[in-house]
Design a protein around this ligand. Structure first.
Ligand SMILES: Nc1nc2c(ncn2[C@@H]2O[C@H](COP(=O)(O)OP(=O)(O)OP(=O)(O)O)[C@@H](O)[C@H]2O)c(=O)[nH]1
Ligand SMILES: [Mg+2]
Length: 169
């Protein structure tokens, strides 16, 4: 999973600090991924199965190959999403997390994603769409999300889509 961060090579080669913003609707697994990344980098992390819903922002700084990675994990509940826009202009890379198991909320995840694509401050920044909870055997396929989110129609962002399991990998 760490490769999804180190995959942002273009930015890493050109900057000393890379700011990565984790977005997605609540319960998609953003904070689990955030804590897992901290743990993988030797930092103190919360017990993964005891993470409460995020009410604001979690920040971590990770040093990797002489680079400073700044992770911003934002709360995804509907009433909190208004604060997201405060972080767009300073961010370099967007990780958009989807719960790949909860089909009842895919439409909401899609609508929120489409709003992000319209944000001027995120224009031309790379998006990594991470279909989380791939440890569950009913997780949706890459092809389904690519089609359902109309990812092939997006022309003004570099978009990568991949499965992850924030909890177990
Ligand atoms: N099976 C499975 N469950 C996961 C995975 N990642 C997260 N979860 C569970 O999903 C639930 C929500 O995880 P969070 O990381 O709190 O989700 P969030 O996106 O940060 O939610 P908000 O802070 O409310 O926006 C928790 O019960 C996690 O244990 C995963 O890879 N697999
Ligand atoms: Mg959270």
């Amino acid at each position: 999973m760490f490769s999804l961060i180190t995959g942002c090579w273009q930015f890493m080669l050109s900057k000393r600090t890379v700011r990565i913003i984790l977005l997605g609707i609540d319960n998609s697994g953003k904070t689990t991924l955030f804590e897992q990344l901290k743990k993988r980098c030797g930092q103190k992390a919360m017990a993964l199965r005891k993470i409460p819903s995020t009410t604001g922002l979690n920040i971590a700084k990770i040093n990797h190959n002489n680079l400073e990675l700044v992770l911003w994990d934002l709360g995804g509940k509907e009433g909190i999403r208004d604060i997201w826009a405060n972080y767009y202009s300073e961010s370099h890379v967007v990780l958009y997390i989807i719960d790949g198991v909860d089909r009842t909320r895919l439409i909401e995840a899609k609508e929120v994603f489409q709003e992000l694509l319209k944000a001027e401050e995120l224009k031309s920044k790379p998006f990594h769409v991470l279909i989380n909870k791939h440890d569950q055997n009913n997780c949706v396929s890459l092809g389904f999300i690519r089609e359902y989110f109309c990812l092939d129609d997006v022309t003004d962002h570099e978009i990568n889509v991949l499965h992850i399991s924030a909890l177990t990998q």
